[in-house]
Design a protein around this ligand. Structure first.
Ligand code: SF4
Length: 333
């Protein structure tokens, strides 16, 4: 099969080749992302601009730019914010304990958009710590969720491991008194390997019933695993700094899809790769809006006669209430 068709070789309208699109379901926004974006939007409509947001509210450029246009001001650290009575929102990924403390010291009106499933991991870590256990966090160094989870406890209480090799190298203070928690947006399969390695080395280690990977991450990977072997190529809509989105691309490749690409927008599609295929899978990371999926399908429809079939492996009806101060008639819509 040739992958070298260029845009100029695209057949004229009326002669478009057929393309079968398998649309993954579930895909796109999860309940934590909806809650975080709604928090910013409602804060804007209730208190007016500006509303300050520490870090990208969710890892998606389109979402961030749309909120910027409505008056949200994104900063990386609180010291970038002037003295203000405006709301200061913490992103869905969670923050170290030092951040709400800083906000309180400066009398900021703080709103916490941390996903409740991330908060759950914070609480698990605190409980293990109270019980005197040394904690292993499975996750990716530098990701804001990992920084936030480590920052729930005093320095040294949590050790990050990123791979089976790092489990082998890990030297705990007391091998009989350990616990683990995980980042919520990891590869289900990689994490299972790391957890198995931990349990082999430290049979008494405490951990969650399953792992802490959230329902949305799990469900999006599951459907990609099903669709990937059935298609010649897969487009994952989302931003490269989104952990769960990156994992979807990896899952597609490992499940046997010969061409997988992560794209923010339709204009990033490399037509030298996607210009001569007969079947395509499409999914979207948990922070990618559906409008961008539609844009991608539209771009393919300009070059192909597209037929779309949805492949569903799970139904989702998760809902997280807004931060308490924003709840009310408007919030209940
Ligand atoms: S991906 Fe999971 S943990 Fe992250 S915001 Fe969505 S539901 Fe919450």
């Amino acid at each position: 099969m040739s992958w070298s068709m260029t845009a100029s070789e695209v057949p004229e309208t009326g002669q478009k080749p057929p393309l079968k699109v398998l649309l993954c379901s579930p895909r796109g926004f999860c309940a934590g992302v909806v809650r975080a974006i709604d928090t910013v939007e409602l804060a804007l409509s209730r208190y007016g601009a500006p509303v300050y947001v520490r870090h990208e509210i969710v890892h998606n450029r389109y979402v961030v730019e749309s909120l910027k246009a409505k008056g949200a001001v994104f900063v990386e650290e609180l010291d970038e914010i002037p003295e203000t009575g405006a709301p200061v929102i913490f992103s869905a990924h969670g923050v170290p304990k030092s951040i709400p403390a800083q906000a309180q010291k400066r009398n900021f009106f703080a709103l916490d958009a941390t996903c409740p499933l991330v908060t759950k991991v914070h609480r698990e870590a605190e409980i293990h710590h109270k019980r005197g256990r040394e904690i292993v966090l499975i996750g990716h160094a530098g990701h804001p969720e990992v920084v936030g989870t480590i920052g729930q406890l005093p320095e040294g209480a949590i050790t990050l491991v990123q791979s089976v090799d790092e489990v082998t190298a890990f030297a705990p203070r007391d091998p009989a008194n350990l616990a683990y928690v995980t980042q919520t947006t990891l590869s289900v399969d990689d994490t299972a390997d790391i957890v198995a390695a931990l349990k082999t080395r430290f049979p008494q280690i405490h951990g969650p019933h399953k792992e802490d990977i959230c329902y949305a991450t799990t469900n999006r990977q599951e459907v990609v695993k099903k669709v990937a072997p059935m298609v010649e190529a897969m487009v994952v809509v989302g931003s490269p700094n989104s952990s769960n989105t990156q994992r979807l691309k990896e899952v597609a490749e490992r499940a046997g899809c010969p061409r997988a690409a992560l794209v923010n927008r339709a204009q990033e599609i490399d037509w030298s790769v996607f210009g001569s295929i007969a079947s395509l899978g499409i999914t979207a990371g948990a922070s990618a809006p559906e409008v961008l999926v539609e844009e991608v399908i539209g771009a393919f429809a300009e070059r192909y006669t597209v037929s779309v079939e949805t492949v569903t492996t799970a139904d989702e009806n998760m809902f997280f209430p807004l931060p308490r101060v924003l709840r009310g008639n408007e919030a209940a819509e």
